[in-house]
Design a binder for this molecule. Structure first.
Ligand code: URA
Length: 199
C-alpha cells in the first residue's frame, strides 16, 4: 500500500507493480497494466489478464476484449479516445482461475492509486470480481449490474461506478447481451448528460 501511494505518476505505478513480489508474477509472462485513453474521463476495470493479454501485455485483447470493443463502439465509445482499461490483477492467474481474496487484497491499493492518478469522472466495473472488490458488495453481479453505485475509497474519493456483466460471461451466455446492452445505453445517457448539463 505504501509503495502504491508513493507512485507520483502512471509510469512509476507500473514500475512499482512490476517490482511487487507475488506468486502470480512467477507464472505470468507480461505485466498487464492498462490500455486506452487515460484522459478520457471513463475508466473500465476488469478482472485479470487471460492468455492473450499475458502474451501481449495489454488488457482485453483476446476474444472477450474484441467483444467489449464492438459493444462499446456501438454506443460511440472507442478505446483510444473514449475510455481507459485496466484490471483488478495485473498478472494472469495460472489457467485463468478466479483471483483469490489474497491476490485481490494485495493489488487493490495499486488499483486505487491507479484510479487516483487517472482521475476518471466515471468508472465501469466489468464483472462480479471487479464489482464486488470495489463496491465491497456481498451481492452477485446480476444484482449489482444495471445501476450506478458510488465507489468509496480514501485514495480516490467517491466516484460513480456502473456495474455490468463481464464480456467473457456474455460469450458463454449470449442471451445476457440484452442486459449488457441496456447497461451500455445507461452509460451512454449518463456520459451525454455529463457533457451537456441541463440538456
Ligand atoms: N478478462 C479480463 O477481465 N481482463 C482482461 O484483460 C481480459 C479478459
Amino acid at each position: 500500500a505504501s509503495l502504491a501511494a508513493a507512485a507520483p505518476d502512471l509510469a512509476a505505478l507500473k514500475a512499482a507493480l512490476a517490482a511487487t513480489d507475488s506468486p502470480l508474477r512467477e507464472t505470468a509472462t507480461n505485466l498487464v497494466f492498462a490500455d486506452g485513453g487515460p484522459e478520457s474521463g471513463l475508466m473500465m476495470i476488469g478482472e485479470a489478464p487471460g492468455a492473450d493479454e499475458d502474451r501481449l501485455g495489454r488488457p482485453f485483447v483476446g476474444v472477450s476484449g474484441q467483444l467489449l470493443d464492438r459493444m462499446l463502439d456501438s454506443v460511440g465509445l472507442r478505446r483510444a479516445e473514449n475510455f481507459y482499461l485496466t484490471n483488478i490483477l495485473p498478472w494472469r492467474p495460472p489457467g485463468n482461475r478466479t483471483p483469490t481474496d489474497a491476490e485481490i487484497n494485495l493489488f487493490l491499493p495499486f488499483l486505487l492509486r491507479h484510479v487516483a492518478l487517472v482521475r476518471p469522472r466515471h468508472l465501469v466495473l466489468l464483472g462480479g470480481v471487479s464489482a464486488k472488490a470495489l463496491l465491497h458488495a456481498k451481492e452477485g453481479i446480476t444484482r449489482l449490474r444495471g445501476r450506478w453505485h458510488v465507489m468509496q475509497a480514501e485514495a480516490t474519493g467517491p466516484l460513480p461506478a456502473l456495474a455490468t456483466l463481464h464480456p467473457a460471461y456474455l460469450l458463454r451466455s449470449p442471451a445476457a447481451k440484452r442486459e449488457a446492452w441496456s447497461d451500455l445505453i445507461l452509460l451512454r445517457r449518463t456520459l451525454d448528460r455529463a457533457v451537456s448539463p441541463g440538456s
